[in-house]
Write a protein that binds this ligand. Structure first.
Ligand SMILES: [Mn+2]
Length: 252
């Protein structure tokens, strides 16, 4: 058995399934999806349902799931007028996701929301003697292993929206992670962007992870979609031996 992570699938179900085939994902393996399964790509709800239906897969909350939960009616009605609704629908690609969501039966919508609200925001786990801390973007000590419904709006916001790569959020600086004995696995900022900004790299001829100190960025850039000459896709990281498996997006 092995433990895998992937992040920021953004509706790219085909790349997700191709990745699962490449890692030969089996019943005794585990997969943690580190947020932003929905929006931008074609099959958001399908990926959510797929993870939900598999006992050995789990989802952490990303800023896109956070926006969805603060936009839709939490009793499952076909309404979308929560406090993040404009931000989600019109600025972050939520319209397509909501269209798919509203086609589900009331019971399925309720079941999906019930499940989503009980997902972790920050998750720690031991693999081969190493303690990993999975978080969509940022970190706050003491909030490990709490589910979405155990945290306040602001607490979740700080974790899923703040980023060490974005100075406008007045973070503690890019080295905040070094204060902790974890190996962090994050998404939120595509590796290509992180490497261009912070490592001066421009040789993007393969899908790869970005390691900086004790943090590993595994956002393969699915949010951007297929682009000729750029390698965007699903990046799977096996925590047991840090082997990387990739499923690039294909032209449709
Ligand atoms: Mn994100």
């Amino acid at each position: 058995m092995a433990v895998y992570t992937v992040s920021d699938l953004h509706g790219q179900y085909d790349a997700f399934v191709e990745g699962l085939e490449k890692i030969d994902f089996g019943g005794s393996d585990e997969l943690y999806v580190i947020g932003d399964v929905i929006d931008r790509g074609p099959d958001s709800i399908r990926i959510l349902e797929h993870i939900k239906e598999h006992k050995n897969m789990d989802l952490l909350i990303g800023n896109h799931e956070f926006m969805m939960l603060n936009s839709v009616d939490l009793n499952g009605k076909e309404k979308c007028n929560g406090e993040d609704a404009d931000l989600w629908l019109y600025y972050n690609g939520g319209v397509k996701t909501f269209e798919q969501y509203r086609k589900l039966s009331l019971e399925k919508r309720q079941s999906l929301l019930f499940w989503l609200m009980r997902r972790y925001v920050i998750k720690t786990l031991e693999v081969e003697g190493e303690t990993f801390c999975l978080t969509h973007s940022y970190f706050k000590e003491g909030l490990e292993n709490k589910t979405y419904d155990e945290l306040s709006y602001q607490e979740v916001w700080n974790i899923v929206w703040k980023s060490v790569y974005r100075s406008e959020w007045e973070t503690h600086g890019v080295d905040i992670y070094r204060d902790y004995d974890y190996t962090f696995v994050t998404g939120h900022v595509p590796v290509i962007l992180a490497m261009r900004e912070y490592a001066g790299r421009r040789d993007f001829n393969e899908l790869r992870i970005y390691e900086r100190g004790n943090m590993i960025d595994i956002d393969g850039g699915c949010a951007v979609g297929y682009r000729e000459g750029v390698h965007n896709g699903a990046l799977f990281l096996r925590l047991d031996d840090r082997k990387v498996f990739s499923a690039p997006l294909k032209q449709k």
